[in-house]
Design a protein around this ligand. Structure first.
Ligand code: DQA
Length: 150
């Protein structure tokens, strides 16, 4: 693994820019900036660089996933509502050979019926959900673990 890039991509989908303001009873009071700092510390203390991105636009998520093909050693994605709708994200994720962890702050399985399908899960190595922003930190551990044991 000598030439492997040490960059972990974390991608965030629509409305996650409003974390901390948006339905705090479901998503908590921490902002996306807070999540980014926690993730940066977790990556850097393990010798990895973090690329942390958010967009409300589905095609931009596809572009970032494609970028990750050459720039990332692991990808963590909270696709937000696109989890439940996007075949484009599924197809893009299927082009990757690196570990992919799907992350949710809430527990979609315990919510509305339209959240019961995840297209992303079908392309992911694993899913971590329902643990608040700690879901992101557990996903970083999962990616690093996968890479260490590859
Ligand atoms: C979410 C869960 C999705 O169902 C929802 O559309 C989101 C956030 C979560 O992190 O819990 O926007 O991905």
């Amino acid at each position: 693994m000598a030439t492997m890039t040490k960059t972990i991509y974390i991608l965030n989908g629509p409305n996650l820019n409003l974390l901390g303001q948006r339905e705090p009873e479901i998503y908590g009071s921490q902002t996306l900036g807070d999540v980014q700092s926690l993730c940066k510390t977790a990556c850097e203390s393990n010798g990895y660089t973090l690329e942390f991105l958010q967009t409300n636009i589905e095609g931009e998520l596809v572009n970032h996933i494609q970028e990750a093909r050459t720039k990332a050693c692991g990808l963590i994605i909270n696709p937000a509502a696109y989890t439940h709708t996007s075949i484009a994200l599924y197809d893009a994720l299927k082009t990757l050979t690196i570990p992919i962890i799907e992350v949710h702050i809430s527990q979609p399985a315990a919510r509305e019926s339209f959240r019961q399908v995840s297209y992303v899960a079908q392309a992911a190595t694993g899913t971590i959900s329902g643990l608040g922003v700690n879901s992101y930190l557990l996903a970083i551990t999962a990616v690093i673990n996968k890479l260490d044991n590859a």
